[in-house]
Design a protein around this ligand. Structure first.
Ligand code: SF4
Length: 92
């Protein structure tokens, strides 16, 4: 039985490329750009990004890997913390 929470993955554009292509070395700018181009044509990028942010949560920056939802691990780290700070400001 398929899990409804992960069913979106069957529509992922990255299924058409080699898995390694979505995990370039963070310093490899050309590799990161190529992976992001795959995400740009992905119909489920928003679900993917939500999943990544939920799964990674407050993980340390070095424990986030690959391009997910069109963002690098560094970009997701910043987005997570920016969103958290905005949530804290809204609660005040
Ligand atoms: S957004 Fe990118 S990493 Fe996420 S499923 Fe789509 S192609 Fe794969």
């Amino acid at each position: 039985m398929s899990d409804m929470r992960t069913r979106w993955r069957t529509y992922a554009a990255c299924l058409e490329v080699h898995p390694d292509d979505m995990f370039p070395d963070p310093r490899n700018q050309a590799g990161n750009r190529r992976a992001k181009q795959v995400c740009r044509r992905c119909p489920v990028w928003q679900l993917c990004l939500n999943d990544a942010l939920t799964e990674e949560g407050g993980k340390r920056q070095e424990n986030r890997h690959g391009i997910r939802g069109g963002l690098t691990s560094d970009e997701r780290y910043l987005l997570h913390h920016r969103t958290r700070v905005q949530g804290q400001k809204a609660a005040v």
